[in-house]
Design a protein around this ligand. Structure first.
Ligand SMILES: Cc1cc2nc3c(=O)[nH]c(=O)nc-3n(C[C@H](O)[C@H](O)[C@H](O)COP(=O)(O)OP(=O)(O)OC[C@H]3O[C@@H](n4cnc5c(N)ncnc54)[C@H](O)[C@@H]3O)c2cc1C
Length: 355
């Protein structure tokens, strides 16, 4: 098969690039290793409502997100922060906090997955190949030949250009012919994949019991197993939910299994009262166990936001026929959804500059 531009990775960055280049009349093929688009964006259906297991927030002033949400006519609402936020110290002492730890963040109605569904509608289904994992890239006289593993079979796609819209650590694990220079490979491995080592726990309830008690649903805890908790309910109506980021390291999480879920529920009960004891259901999304997000290097989760913002030249390889993209390569807002779009805009700019 031949295509002009092969985009590898159907997260927000790769999908946005594919949609933008398609709208400019370029011939694009988007391959995605998973059976779904979205990458780190994943919204779980519970009843008729979608809950975010990956990113949930964007912030005013993130220009690319504002523009895209406007273009796609998506509705947004502020993160629920009315009521008292709580702080739990390592001994389990619970205090009320004066400020909300998450005021100012916004969410999308229908979850972040709505952004992906609306974007995907802007490109013909025939341009997208799911369950298609790029494994090997070979530089040719006219561009790049990519080997793809799809449903147990190998196939190749020839293209004038390949865009790898993946975390750099995953990109560095692919096989390249000629091989990437060692210093470049190790530089790519040093770039952390934002939130890749994290896990999100979510518990669903038929009423927002915490709000009735005067709590916002937000809490910061030094005791755990959830280190930061927030209200994850839809804008209006139920089901209602609280989510928390897990503070326990990935290897321990794997061993703990159901025990971790019970400890998380016990923590919600400690913080917000006995009504938390019987959720309708709960779910643990462990991104560290997901090989299309996380590598061994991400198993030590970051508890700070790294400085990204590398020079764009770092990601322009093989005379411009191989471009690295994705949020970790963004000049601005690296790691965030805004960074995924920033990297897409930069990558599209490189493609059209070269023709
Ligand atoms: C738990 C969590 C919470 C977060 N919260 C927020 C938040 O509130 N706000 C915010 O701004 N950001 C948040 N983030 C970060 C945000 O999710 C990312 O910035 C964004 O989704 C990255 O998009 P991307 O397209 O660059 O990468 P990804 O979403 O990682 O997309 C890469 C894609 O490439 C695919 N792929 C990988 N290898 C291959 C291969 N060999 N062949 C083909 N396809 C491949 C993957 O399956 C994936 O679909 C959060 C992330 C997590 C995990």
């Amino acid at each position: 098969m031949k295509t002009e531009i092969l985009i590898t990775g159907g997260g927000l960055s790769g999908l946005h690039t594919a949609v933008t280049l398609h709208a400019m009349g370029r011939e694009v093929t988007l391959i995605e290793a998973r059976s779904r688009l979205g990458g780190r964006i994943l919204s779980l259906a519970f009843g008729n409502v979608y809950f975010d297991l990956g990113p949930a927030w964007f912030w005013p002033g993130q220009a690319q997100m504002d523009q895209l949400i406007g273009e796609l006519s998506l509705r947004t609402f502020p993160q629920q922060s009315e009521g008292a936020a709580l702080y739990e110290d390592e001994n389990g002492r619970i205090l009320r906090m004066n400020d909300s730890p998450i005021e100012g963040a916004y969410r999308i109605e229908g979850g972040m997955g709505a952004l992906i569904s609306a974007l995907a509608e802007r490109i013909p289904v025939a341009c997208i190949q799911l369950n298609s994992e790029a494994t090997h890239l070979r530089k040719t006289n006219t561009g790049v030949e990519t080997t793809i593993r799809s449903n147990g079979h190998l196939k190749t796609i020839l293209s004038e250009r390949v865009i790898l819209a993946l975390p750099p650590r995953l990109a560095s694990g692919l096989s390249f012919e000629p091989a990437l220079a060692k210093p470049l490979c190790s530089a790519l491995q040093q770039i952390p994949s934002w939130m890749a080592g994290h896990a999100k726990f979510i518990a669903f309830f038929d009423a927002p019991f915490w709000r009735a008690e005067g709590f916002s649903g937000s809490a910061i805890s030094q005791r755990g197993p959830l280190m930061e908790i927030h209200d994850a309910s839809p804008n209006s109506g139920g089901p209602y939910a609280l989510f928390g980021f897990v503070s326990i390291a990935p290897i321990q999480r794997k061993v703990l299994g159901e025990q971790l879920i019970q400890a998380a529920l016990a923590q919600l009960q400690r913080l917000f009262g006995d009504a938390m004891r019987n959720p309708l259901a709960c779910h643990l999304q462990d991104w560290a166990q997901d090989t299309f997000t996380s590598t061994e290097l991400d198993l030590a989760p970051l508890n700070y936001h790294p400085r990204y913002g590398y020079s764009a030249d770092t990601f322009d390889l093989w005379d411009g026929t191989l471009l690295l993209s994705g949020t970790e390569t963004a000049e601005h807002y690296g790691g965030f959804l805004e960074g995924a779009l920033d990297s897409s805009v930069r990558t599209v700019g490189s493609v059209i500059r070269d023709r």
